[in-house]
Design a protein around this ligand. Structure first.
Ligand code: HPA
Length: 244
């Protein structure tokens, strides 16, 4: 089986039912075994990967990013459409906004984040001037328009290790540094996809204003509820992107 496109479903996006005839496939990699669903849509073979696995059981700092990206590569995937739930630092990107991010700030500190660790893999410094693929970003923006959804073109994603949410002081710092959104998964996922020479882009769904901006303390339930309320929009945008 060779599939050219994959969807990596983030928090709240667990349902591969948008694919026709989804079937379970397991892929072995040197980093571990990965389970995905493979089905079809718009005449193409599509891989669906649930980033946090069955029942949201894997927290963001323990996602096996290297195994996931390598598994997709081995399935023949060349383009990846990822979704991510995020908090917002930017008043113009309110709850329920869709943002097709174009940059990140990496504040992770405890994750394996490269395929290139010397030895046979070599020592390679990957260019990340454009960390998210322009072609998929454009298709996502056009898909949003075609679905009459409004999506922000560009945004700076601050990636933290989690799984805790941030302190208000951290959020003030990220804002000063130019961050628009905060989440826990885009790094190293986007970086590994670039290292593997795959075209990768992410649509973010704002589930809350970040700590200290939000009038109340944050809960994971709030994030899940916001995703649930907007899941149809994300699905429509994703599937239209594939069909573009
Ligand atoms: N912080 C980090 N990750 C998140 C948030 C947040 O406020 N909301 C959804 N994912």
């Amino acid at each position: 089986m060779k599939a050219s496109i994959a969807i990596i479903g983030g928090t709240g996006v667990y349902d591969p039912s948008m694919l026709n005839d989804p079937r379970d496939v397991k892929v072995e990699t040197p980093y571990g075994t990965v389970s995905v669903k493979v089905g079809s849509y718009a005449g193409r073979d599509i891989v669906f990967m649930n980033r946090h696995e069955e029942g949201h059981s894997v927290p963001p700092h323990l996602v096996n990013y290297r195994a996931n990206i390598l598994a997709l590569k081995r399935l023949g995937v060349r383009q990846i459409i990822a979704t991510a739930a995020v908090g917002s630092l930017n008043e113009s990107m309110g709850t329920n906004s869709l943002v097709v991010i174009d940059q990140f700030l990496d504040f992770t500190k405890a994750r394996p984040s490269t395929f290139f660790e010397g030895g046979a893999a070599g020592v390679i410094h990957t260019d990340v001037t454009h960390p998210y693929c322009g072609r998929i970003r454009q298709a996502m923006l056009e898909a949003a328009k075609a679905e009459q959804l409004s999506a922000h073109d560009g945004g700076v994603y601050v990636c933290t290790d989690g799984p805790r949410f941030e302190t208000p002081a951290e959020i003030r710092m990220y804002k000063l540094l130019g961050g628009d959104l905060v989440g826990m998964t885009s790094v190293p996922e986007a970086v590994l996809a670039r290292e593997a020479e795959m075209c990768y882009a992410t649509v973010c769904m704002v589930t809350n204003f970040a700590a200290g901006i939000s009038p109340q303390v944050l809960t994971h339930m709030e994030v899940l509820d916001a995703m649930k309320a907007n899941i149809e929009n994300i699905k429509r945008m994703t599937m239209r992107t594939i069909a573009m």
